[in-house]
Write a protein that binds this ligand. Structure first.
Ligand code: AMP
Ligand code: ZN
Ligand code: FE
Ligand code: FE
Length: 286
Protein backbone atom coordinates (compact mmCIF):
# COMPACT_ATOMS: atom_id res chain seq x y z
CA UNK A 1 0.00 0.00 0.00
CA UNK A 2 2.89 2.37 0.75
CA UNK A 3 3.99 1.97 -2.84
CA UNK A 4 0.52 2.76 -4.17
CA UNK A 5 0.41 5.93 -2.07
CA UNK A 6 3.79 6.98 -3.49
CA UNK A 7 2.43 6.47 -6.98
CA UNK A 8 -0.65 8.54 -6.22
CA UNK A 9 1.40 11.62 -5.32
CA UNK A 10 2.96 11.61 -8.80
CA UNK A 11 -0.39 11.67 -10.59
CA UNK A 12 -0.65 14.91 -12.49
CA UNK A 13 -2.49 14.19 -15.68
CA UNK A 14 -6.16 13.85 -16.44
CA UNK A 15 -5.42 13.22 -20.13
CA UNK A 16 -3.48 10.17 -21.34
CA UNK A 17 -3.34 9.56 -25.09
CA UNK A 18 -0.91 6.63 -25.28
CA UNK A 19 -1.73 3.30 -23.60
CA UNK A 20 -1.58 -0.45 -24.33
CA UNK A 21 -3.73 -3.42 -23.32
CA UNK A 22 -3.50 -7.21 -23.58
CA UNK A 23 -4.53 -6.82 -27.23
CA UNK A 24 -0.88 -5.92 -27.78
CA UNK A 25 1.83 -6.06 -25.11
CA UNK A 26 0.10 -4.42 -22.15
CA UNK A 27 -0.91 -6.34 -19.03
CA UNK A 28 -4.47 -5.04 -18.50
CA UNK A 29 -7.62 -5.92 -20.40
CA UNK A 30 -9.29 -2.79 -21.82
CA UNK A 31 -11.87 -2.97 -19.01
CA UNK A 32 -9.13 -3.15 -16.36
CA UNK A 33 -7.27 -0.30 -18.07
CA UNK A 34 -10.34 1.94 -17.88
CA UNK A 35 -10.86 1.01 -14.20
CA UNK A 36 -7.21 1.93 -13.57
CA UNK A 37 -7.75 5.23 -15.42
CA UNK A 38 -10.71 6.06 -13.17
CA UNK A 39 -8.67 5.19 -10.09
CA UNK A 40 -5.86 7.50 -11.19
CA UNK A 41 -8.06 10.45 -12.10
CA UNK A 42 -7.58 10.13 -15.86
CA UNK A 43 -10.68 11.57 -17.56
CA UNK A 44 -9.66 11.34 -21.22
CA UNK A 45 -7.93 8.22 -22.50
CA UNK A 46 -6.82 6.82 -25.83
CA UNK A 47 -6.07 3.12 -26.28
CA UNK A 48 -3.23 2.76 -28.81
CA UNK A 49 -2.38 -0.95 -29.09
CA UNK A 50 0.32 -1.99 -31.55
CA UNK A 51 -1.03 -2.83 -35.03
CA UNK A 52 -4.55 -3.81 -33.91
CA UNK A 53 -8.04 -2.39 -33.37
CA UNK A 54 -9.21 -5.46 -31.45
CA UNK A 55 -9.32 -3.85 -27.98
CA UNK A 56 -11.23 -0.73 -29.02
CA UNK A 57 -14.86 -1.92 -28.71
CA UNK A 58 -14.32 -3.20 -25.16
CA UNK A 59 -12.45 -0.02 -24.17
CA UNK A 60 -15.18 2.19 -25.66
CA UNK A 61 -17.90 0.28 -23.78
CA UNK A 62 -16.01 0.38 -20.48
CA UNK A 63 -15.32 4.11 -20.96
CA UNK A 64 -18.96 4.89 -21.65
CA UNK A 65 -19.94 2.99 -18.50
CA UNK A 66 -17.36 4.90 -16.40
CA UNK A 67 -17.82 8.41 -17.81
CA UNK A 68 -14.34 8.44 -19.40
CA UNK A 69 -13.88 10.39 -22.63
CA UNK A 70 -12.48 7.74 -24.97
CA UNK A 71 -10.45 8.24 -28.13
CA UNK A 72 -9.95 5.13 -30.28
CA UNK A 73 -6.34 4.82 -31.41
CA UNK A 74 -3.62 2.54 -32.70
CA UNK A 75 0.21 2.58 -32.84
CA UNK A 76 2.03 1.37 -35.94
CA UNK A 77 5.69 0.31 -35.67
CA UNK A 78 8.14 0.94 -38.48
CA UNK A 79 11.91 0.84 -38.66
CA UNK A 80 14.37 2.98 -40.57
CA UNK A 81 17.92 1.67 -40.30
CA UNK A 82 18.78 1.31 -36.63
CA UNK A 83 15.86 3.47 -35.49
CA UNK A 84 12.27 2.72 -34.58
CA UNK A 85 9.66 5.11 -35.90
CA UNK A 86 6.23 4.60 -34.34
CA UNK A 87 3.14 6.33 -35.69
CA UNK A 88 0.07 6.82 -33.52
CA UNK A 89 -3.31 7.12 -35.21
CA UNK A 90 -6.22 8.84 -33.45
CA UNK A 91 -9.93 8.48 -34.14
CA UNK A 92 -9.55 5.25 -36.03
CA UNK A 93 -12.82 3.50 -36.77
CA UNK A 94 -12.87 0.09 -35.02
CA UNK A 95 -15.21 -1.20 -37.76
CA UNK A 96 -12.98 -0.11 -40.65
CA UNK A 97 -12.45 -3.45 -42.40
CA UNK A 98 -9.92 -2.02 -44.88
CA UNK A 99 -7.71 -0.77 -42.05
CA UNK A 100 -8.27 -3.97 -40.04
CA UNK A 101 -7.17 -5.96 -43.12
CA UNK A 102 -3.97 -3.95 -43.49
CA UNK A 103 -3.27 -4.34 -39.77
CA UNK A 104 -3.76 -8.10 -39.87
CA UNK A 105 -0.99 -8.22 -42.48
CA UNK A 106 1.25 -6.37 -40.03
CA UNK A 107 0.24 -8.82 -37.29
CA UNK A 108 1.19 -11.73 -39.57
CA UNK A 109 4.58 -10.11 -40.14
CA UNK A 110 4.99 -9.85 -36.37
CA UNK A 111 4.38 -13.60 -36.04
CA UNK A 112 6.84 -14.46 -38.80
CA UNK A 113 9.42 -12.23 -37.17
CA UNK A 114 8.86 -13.78 -33.74
CA UNK A 115 9.40 -17.25 -35.23
CA UNK A 116 12.72 -16.08 -36.65
CA UNK A 117 13.74 -14.59 -33.30
CA UNK A 118 12.90 -17.91 -31.61
CA UNK A 119 15.16 -19.71 -34.14
CA UNK A 120 17.90 -17.16 -33.53
CA UNK A 121 17.68 -17.68 -29.76
CA UNK A 122 17.82 -21.45 -30.24
CA UNK A 123 21.05 -21.08 -32.22
CA UNK A 124 22.41 -18.99 -29.33
CA UNK A 125 21.73 -21.90 -26.98
CA UNK A 126 18.53 -20.41 -25.56
CA UNK A 127 15.73 -22.68 -26.78
CA UNK A 128 12.19 -21.39 -26.23
CA UNK A 129 8.87 -22.64 -27.52
CA UNK A 130 7.14 -20.49 -30.12
CA UNK A 131 3.82 -21.99 -29.03
CA UNK A 132 4.47 -20.76 -25.49
CA UNK A 133 5.28 -17.25 -26.79
CA UNK A 134 2.02 -17.23 -28.76
CA UNK A 135 0.18 -18.39 -25.61
CA UNK A 136 1.71 -15.58 -23.52
CA UNK A 137 0.71 -13.02 -26.14
CA UNK A 138 -2.90 -14.23 -26.39
CA UNK A 139 -5.16 -12.44 -27.38
CA UNK A 140 -2.72 -9.75 -28.47
CA UNK A 141 -0.48 -8.96 -31.42
CA UNK A 142 2.91 -10.64 -30.87
CA UNK A 143 5.87 -8.57 -29.80
CA UNK A 144 9.35 -8.93 -28.39
CA UNK A 145 8.07 -8.30 -24.84
CA UNK A 146 6.20 -11.63 -25.07
CA UNK A 147 9.39 -13.40 -26.14
CA UNK A 148 11.11 -11.69 -23.20
CA UNK A 149 8.45 -13.07 -20.82
CA UNK A 150 9.04 -16.60 -22.15
CA UNK A 151 12.77 -16.12 -21.57
CA UNK A 152 12.11 -15.02 -17.98
CA UNK A 153 10.01 -18.17 -17.39
CA UNK A 154 12.98 -20.28 -18.48
CA UNK A 155 15.39 -18.34 -16.27
CA UNK A 156 17.46 -16.98 -19.18
CA UNK A 157 16.95 -13.42 -18.00
CA UNK A 158 15.46 -11.72 -14.96
CA UNK A 159 13.48 -8.94 -16.60
CA UNK A 160 12.03 -7.75 -19.88
CA UNK A 161 14.56 -4.93 -20.04
CA UNK A 162 17.42 -7.36 -19.48
CA UNK A 163 16.10 -9.45 -22.38
CA UNK A 164 16.09 -6.35 -24.61
CA UNK A 165 19.51 -5.16 -23.46
CA UNK A 166 21.22 -8.54 -23.92
CA UNK A 167 19.33 -10.22 -26.75
CA UNK A 168 16.30 -8.58 -28.36
CA UNK A 169 17.12 -4.91 -28.86
CA UNK A 170 18.45 -3.50 -32.14
CA UNK A 171 22.03 -4.69 -32.68
CA UNK A 172 21.82 -7.46 -30.03
CA UNK A 173 22.46 -11.09 -31.05
CA UNK A 174 18.79 -12.17 -31.02
CA UNK A 175 17.61 -9.17 -33.02
CA UNK A 176 15.75 -9.74 -36.26
CA UNK A 177 14.62 -6.63 -38.16
CA UNK A 178 10.96 -6.12 -38.93
CA UNK A 179 9.94 -6.82 -42.46
CA UNK A 180 10.24 -3.38 -43.96
CA UNK A 181 7.29 -1.13 -43.29
CA UNK A 182 8.12 2.46 -44.11
CA UNK A 183 6.86 5.23 -41.84
CA UNK A 184 5.45 6.92 -44.96
CA UNK A 185 3.24 3.86 -45.53
CA UNK A 186 2.02 3.95 -41.94
CA UNK A 187 1.12 7.65 -42.20
CA UNK A 188 -0.69 7.09 -45.51
CA UNK A 189 -2.57 4.08 -44.18
CA UNK A 190 -3.87 6.10 -41.22
CA UNK A 191 -4.59 9.19 -43.30
CA UNK A 192 -6.52 7.15 -45.87
CA UNK A 193 -8.51 5.61 -43.00
CA UNK A 194 -9.53 9.13 -41.89
CA UNK A 195 -7.42 8.91 -38.72
CA UNK A 196 -5.00 11.56 -37.42
CA UNK A 197 -1.37 10.38 -37.75
CA UNK A 198 0.99 11.48 -34.97
CA UNK A 199 4.74 10.80 -34.56
CA UNK A 200 5.18 8.83 -31.29
CA UNK A 201 8.11 9.37 -28.84
CA UNK A 202 9.99 11.38 -31.51
CA UNK A 203 13.43 11.00 -29.92
CA UNK A 204 13.44 7.29 -30.88
CA UNK A 205 13.68 8.34 -34.52
CA UNK A 206 17.28 9.53 -34.14
CA UNK A 207 16.58 12.55 -36.36
CA UNK A 208 13.40 14.45 -35.54
CA UNK A 209 13.72 17.17 -38.18
CA UNK A 210 14.62 14.66 -40.89
CA UNK A 211 11.69 12.47 -39.92
CA UNK A 212 9.31 15.43 -40.07
CA UNK A 213 10.67 16.43 -43.50
CA UNK A 214 9.78 12.90 -44.66
CA UNK A 215 6.42 12.52 -42.98
CA UNK A 216 4.72 15.93 -42.90
CA UNK A 217 4.32 15.96 -46.70
CA UNK A 218 2.66 12.52 -46.42
CA UNK A 219 0.04 13.86 -44.03
CA UNK A 220 1.52 13.66 -40.52
CA UNK A 221 -0.62 15.96 -38.36
CA UNK A 222 0.81 15.69 -34.86
CA UNK A 223 3.85 14.97 -32.72
CA UNK A 224 4.02 13.42 -29.25
CA UNK A 225 5.45 16.24 -27.16
CA UNK A 226 4.44 15.26 -23.63
CA UNK A 227 6.03 11.83 -23.30
CA UNK A 228 6.65 10.45 -19.82
CA UNK A 229 10.28 9.50 -20.39
CA UNK A 230 11.16 13.03 -21.49
CA UNK A 231 12.10 15.88 -19.13
CA UNK A 232 10.19 19.13 -18.95
CA UNK A 233 13.03 20.75 -20.95
CA UNK A 234 12.54 18.21 -23.74
CA UNK A 235 8.77 18.82 -23.62
CA UNK A 236 9.50 22.52 -24.24
CA UNK A 237 11.88 21.79 -27.12
CA UNK A 238 9.37 19.46 -28.73
CA UNK A 239 6.58 22.00 -28.23
CA UNK A 240 8.67 24.55 -30.17
CA UNK A 241 9.17 21.98 -32.96
CA UNK A 242 5.40 21.29 -33.00
CA UNK A 243 4.73 25.05 -33.35
CA UNK A 244 7.31 25.42 -36.10
CA UNK A 245 5.80 22.59 -38.14
CA UNK A 246 2.21 23.45 -37.24
CA UNK A 247 1.68 19.99 -35.71
CA UNK A 248 -0.76 19.09 -32.94
CA UNK A 249 1.22 18.48 -29.72
CA UNK A 250 -0.08 15.29 -28.09
CA UNK A 251 1.13 13.25 -25.14
CA UNK A 252 0.76 10.23 -22.95
CA UNK A 253 2.44 7.72 -20.70
CA UNK A 254 2.80 4.78 -23.12
CA UNK A 255 1.44 2.72 -20.24
CA UNK A 256 1.95 -1.05 -20.54
CA UNK A 257 1.27 -1.97 -16.90
CA UNK A 258 2.36 -1.02 -13.39
CA UNK A 259 6.05 -0.61 -12.49
CA UNK A 260 7.16 -0.85 -16.13
CA UNK A 261 9.58 2.05 -16.36
CA UNK A 262 10.13 5.49 -14.86
CA UNK A 263 7.67 7.99 -16.35
CA UNK A 264 5.44 5.29 -17.81
CA UNK A 265 2.66 5.15 -15.20
CA UNK A 266 -0.88 5.71 -16.39
CA UNK A 267 -1.88 9.37 -16.07
CA UNK A 268 1.58 10.41 -14.87
CA UNK A 269 2.29 12.87 -17.69
CA UNK A 270 0.75 16.35 -17.73
CA UNK A 271 -0.93 16.48 -21.13
CA UNK A 272 -2.78 19.74 -21.81
CA UNK A 273 -6.48 19.73 -22.60
CA UNK A 274 -5.74 21.60 -25.84
CA UNK A 275 -4.14 18.42 -27.24
CA UNK A 276 -7.54 16.74 -27.12
CA UNK A 277 -9.36 19.84 -28.40
CA UNK A 278 -7.01 20.17 -31.38
CA UNK A 279 -7.32 16.46 -32.24
CA UNK A 280 -11.10 16.85 -32.15
CA UNK A 281 -10.99 19.99 -34.31
CA UNK A 282 -8.87 18.18 -36.89
CA UNK A 283 -11.22 15.27 -36.85
CA UNK A 284 -14.19 17.55 -37.59
CA UNK A 285 -12.30 18.90 -40.64
CA UNK A 286 -11.70 15.45 -42.11
P1 AMP B 1 8.08 -5.05 -30.95
O1 AMP B 1 6.66 -4.56 -30.99
O2 AMP B 1 8.21 -6.51 -31.08
O3 AMP B 1 8.97 -4.29 -31.91
O4 AMP B 1 8.62 -4.69 -29.48
C1 AMP B 1 8.64 -3.34 -29.08
C2 AMP B 1 7.98 -3.17 -27.73
O5 AMP B 1 8.88 -3.63 -26.75
C3 AMP B 1 7.68 -1.71 -27.40
O6 AMP B 1 6.30 -1.51 -27.37
C4 AMP B 1 8.20 -1.48 -26.03
O7 AMP B 1 7.14 -1.30 -25.12
C5 AMP B 1 8.92 -2.73 -25.65
N1 AMP B 1 10.33 -2.42 -25.36
C6 AMP B 1 11.24 -1.90 -26.20
N2 AMP B 1 12.44 -1.75 -25.61
C7 AMP B 1 12.29 -2.19 -24.33
C8 AMP B 1 13.14 -2.28 -23.20
N3 AMP B 1 14.42 -1.90 -23.26
N4 AMP B 1 12.63 -2.78 -22.07
C9 AMP B 1 11.33 -3.16 -22.00
N5 AMP B 1 10.48 -3.11 -23.03
C10 AMP B 1 10.93 -2.61 -24.18
ZN1 ZN C 1 4.42 -1.91 -26.53
FE1 FE D 1 6.00 3.05 -29.36
FE1 FE E 1 3.38 2.54 -27.24
Amino acid sequence: MAELAAHDTTISGSVDLHTHSIFSDGVHSPTELIAEAVRRGVRTLALTDHDTLAGLPEAAAASAASGIEFIPGVELSTEVGPYEIHILGYFVDPDDSLLAGALSELAAKREARAERIVERLESLGLPISYARVREIAEPGTLGRPHIARAMIELGYVNSVSEAFERFLGIGRPGFVPKERVLPEEAVRLLRDAGAIPVLAHPRSTGDIEGTLRRLVPEGLLGIEVFYGEYSVDVHRQLEAIADLWNLIPTGGSDYHGPAFKEGRDLGSVPVPRRSVDQLRQRREQR
